[in-house]
Design a protein around this ligand. Structure first.
Ligand code: PLP
Length: 385
């Protein structure tokens, strides 16, 4: 009967990030720098808000787009932090993580054959959802430009079939952010075209020495942009599964139907916790961000001293050094590092084939784990040289 399974689903591969982290668990004593989630616990007052919701039996369906008071909190959070202006009533949907937000966006805007342009190397969560929605991913190789998308790089890929451009900044896996000028150039290129922009800003609270800016606040872009954000990274809440979308009412109105028949609503208990996070905990990300910044500097300096070539990124919690000079593919490099020195990093090819020649190191780990892992990496690199 397996031949009856949807071939598009059969074609989907398990993410390369999961593959390596599953392998790590089979190697005793292995250290891992693979996972993209905060190593901090969810702030205590948020956990208590979730517990209170349980104690008060707030365990029933909420409105489909989420509790109105939570949408109001989202509205005021993004206005205060990033100058984004969205009405709680009809321009915000609370989702089960940013992942579900990406899914309902793509299923709302894509039709069979529609092309989606994505800068690469990139987070592997978009392509399967694009394909399931009938769309075709079209990658723009950003390696020649220091892993950054520019209007100039993007322009040749735009066609009558382009339905959507995905932007992810700060980026997973590169940590790169887009500057105000870079966003303004992209906005100028895109504002008069008939296409949507999916702007994944899940790492917006984790920027170092710069201010997060959203393309949705540039020129006429608000009208065609769906912003995706959430609490997974900012408030160390990956397991609570709370994300949200910000989009003009004429798009949100249709997204909410897909959302309704997909999950009805995000978890009620998680929504009450999220309400606490986005009101009382509006600045909860700051101490974590400060810690990540110190770690970024530490890991970056050590990698440079080992002879790696890499850009110093201003966001998220990843470094993406080139391994080209070692003459190994990203799979060979990471497998040998794991088996010989018992340290796991993610091979660049987990972020599309355009990530070949790189590895991703997550620094969302304690200083102690980082130090030990980098000592092992250094031994490995010295052996290669
Ligand atoms: C760029 C990007 N978008 C979306 C997500 C999904 O986030 P969530 O856990 O809120 O679904 C991730 C998670 O790693 C990510 O890196």
């Amino acid at each position: 009967m397996e031949h009856l399974i949807n071939p598009q689903v059969k074609d989907i591969q398990i993410s390369g990030i999961r593959k390596i982290s599953n392998l790590v668990s089979t190697i005793p004593g292995a250290l891992t720098l693979t996972i993209g989630q905060p190593d901090f616990p969810t702030p205590r007052h948020i956990i208590e808000a979730g517990q209170r919701a349980l104690d008060q039996n707030k365990t029933v369906y909420t409105q489909n787009p989420g509790l109105l008071e939570l949408r109001e909190a989202v509205s005021s959070f993004v206005q205060t932090k990033y100058g984004q202006q969205y009405r709680a009533a009809d321009e915000i949907i609370v989702t089960a993580g940013a992942s579900q937000a990406v899914d309902i966006t793509l299923r709302t805007i894509l039709t069979p054959g529609a092309e989606v342009i994505i800068p690469a190397p990139i987070y592997p969560g978009y392509e399967p959802l694009i394909r399931l929605a009938g769309g075709i991913p079209v990658y723009v190789d950003t390696r020649p430009n220091g892993l950054k998308l520019t209007a100039e790089l993007l322009e040749p890929y735009l066609s009558a079939n382009t339905r959507c451009v995905i932007l992810c900044y700060p980026s997973n896996p590169t940590g790169q952010v887009l500057t105000e000028q870079e966003l303004a150039d992209l906005a100028q290129l895109l504002e008069d075209r008939e296409l949507f922009i999916l702007s994944d800003e899940i790492y917006s609270e984790l920027v170092y020495g710069v201010r997060h800016q959203s393309i949705a606040t540039m020129g006429k872009l608000r009208e065609k942009t769906i912003v995706i954000n959430g609490l997974s990274k900012s408030h160390a809440m990956t397991g609570w599964r709370v994300g949200f979308t910000l989009a003009p009412a004429y798009i949100t109105e249709h997204m909410v139907k897909v959302h309704q028949y997909n999950v009805t609503c995000a978890s009620s208990v998680s929504q009450y916790a999220a309400l606490e996070a986005l009101t009382v905990g509006i600045d909860d990300a700051l101490p974590m961000r400060n810690a990540y910044e110190v770690r970024r500097d530490y890991v970056y300096d050590r990698l440079l001293a080992m002879g790696f070539e890499l850009e110093k990124p201003n966001g998220a919690f990843y470094l993406f050094p080139s391994i080209a000079k070692f003459g190994l593919s990203s799979q060979e490099f990471t497998m040998r590092l794991l088996h010989e020195e018992h340290v796991a990093v993610v091979p660049g090819d987990a972020f599309t084939s355009y990530g070949e020649g790189y590895i991703r190191i997550s620094y969302a780990y304690s200083q102690e784990v980082l130090e030990q892992s980098l000592d092992r990496l250094e031994r490995f690199v010295n052996k290669l040289a």
